[in-house]
Design a protein around this ligand. Structure first.
Ligand code: NZQ
Ligand code: ZN
Length: 378
């Protein structure tokens, strides 16, 4: 086992009615002006907005609304939120949504208290923000596990980069399965696949051959696969849904990463694809994963054979990758970029050249290999 430090700052509230039950005591700990941040309106359509407004009013908070946070949130949207937070002297940010809303708020929280541009601070000066407007997360769409960490994936349209920024941790995360029951099935499946991807990207990272993190990881991967199948069979299955929500959180709360070094290469490719096409995150991952693994599995035959045996019940490394590809098809995810309506004239060369490549897996790819992978995904 590699050396590690593990510390966890997020209080997790899980279960039906958990936001309504625990929000009042959390709000009692924070200042009087609360930014209610959300996306394109699903929370209004499905009653979550009304419920939260009522709780905020009973708590005597002044409410500053910040809406319209889009999927794949942009850096411009972060700046808009930070300006509003500054102008209204926001004391607390309540992020209500999926990964996009939560990520956007993590960076608003930091940018609002910074005198400089956070992208420049983190990418040019290699610094990190140290002050944050406190925030909490109410999860309405699961899969990314964004509520569990302080990394945020933001699309900088000027720089044509979709990349990680480091911002605030939520002080609490409320995961109520009922809030997620209205998610479109496409998002349920792509989000759940994102969870599986987080597990795989961690599992294929570097670390001791036999470590507890990987054994827990195999259990989570099997659980995600089983519960996706159950959800496809019965989208109203609340029990399966709640298992997927917790798996999503478990994949990103740092436990699986203990003792591991990872490159999250599939994510790095998909994020740049997102910068150029604004595609759905989980769907992009579903197309890229099998193609990427066919490129690298021979560099780690034992690890891929273990994945095949312990996760899919297959005999060889190759059969494991095939089983993953078959599963993607079985649950209705796209298997090519054309199924995702990604135009054939997309600048895949530019995507490959701007994809982040770091050591952290069995094979360090080159930009040319990433271009080949992207070409094979079409
Ligand atoms: O905007 P609204 O109207 O709310 O609609 C959203 C959105 O269209 C809808 N939705 C959310 N909750 C709903 C609902 N519709 C009906 N009922 C509900 N209860 O779902 C759509 C997708 O939401 P979004 O937040 O964009 O999806 P997701 O949670 O998959 O987040 C994707 C973003 O997270 C990043 C991705 O790159 C992408 O930008 N990621 C963040 C990570 C992190 N911070 O740890 C890790 C991931 O790897 C990922 O990169
Ligand atoms: Zn992801």
């Amino acid at each position: 086992m590699n050396a590690f430090t593990y510390q966890y700052p997020v209080t997790v509230y899980f279960g039906e009615g958990t936001a309504a039950k625990n929000l009042p005591s959390e709000l009692a700990k924070v200042g009087g002006t609360v930014m209610l941040a959300y996306g394109g309106g699903s929370i209004k359509k499905y009653g979550i907005y009304d419920e939260l407004i009522e709780i905020l009013k009973i708590a005597g908070k002044e409410i500053v609304e910040f809406s319209g946070i889009m999927s794949n949130p942009t850096y411009a949207k972060v700046q808009e939120g930070a300006a509003l937070a500054r102008e209204k002297h926001v004391d607390f940010i309540l992020a209500v949504g999926g990964g996009s809303v939560i990520d956007c708020c993590k960076i608003i929280s930091a940018q609002a208290l910074l005198d400089e541009d956070i992208w420049e601070l983190e990418y040019a000066k290699h610094g990190a923000p140290t002050a944050f407007i406190p925030m909490g997360a109410i999860v309405t769409a699961f899969g990314t596990g964004a509520e569990m960490n302080n990394g945020a994936v933001i699309t900088n349209e000027d720089k044509m980069q979709k990349a990680a920024l480091w911002g605030a941790f939520a002080s609490f995360a409320a995961l109520d399965p009922v809030y997620t029951m209205t998610m479109p099935m496409k998002q349920v499946i792509s989000g759940s696949f994102d969870t599986l991807s987080h597990c795989m990207e961690t599992y294929f990272g570097m670390g001791g051959a036999n470590n507890l993190s990987d054994e827990i990881n195999e259990t989570i991967m099997k659980s995600v696969i089983r519960h996706i199948r159950e959800t496809v069979k019965d989208p109203a299955d609340k029990y399966a849904r709640s298992e997927l929500i917790w798996a999503s959180a478990m994949a990103e709360n740092g436990i699986l990463k203990i003792g591991k070094v990872t490159d999250f290469q599939c994510h790095m490719i998909e994020h740049q694809l997102g910068a150029y096409t604004d595609c759905n995150h989980g769907q992009g991952l579903a197309v890229i994963h099998p193609v990427l693994y066919r490129h690298i599995y021979k560099s780690a035959p034992e690890r891929f054979a273990r994945f095949a045996k312990n996760v899919w019940g297959k005999n060889t490394a190759e059969e494991g990758v095939d089983a993953l590809a078959d599963f993607i098809k079985e649950i209705g995810l796209p298997t090519t970029f054309s199924e995702m309506n990604i135009p054939t004239d997309t600048d895949f060369r530019a995507i490959a050249q701007s994809t982040v490549i770091t050591p952290g897996c069995c094979k360090r790819l080159t930009a040319d290999e990433i271009y080949e992978i992207l070409t094979e995904c079409q």
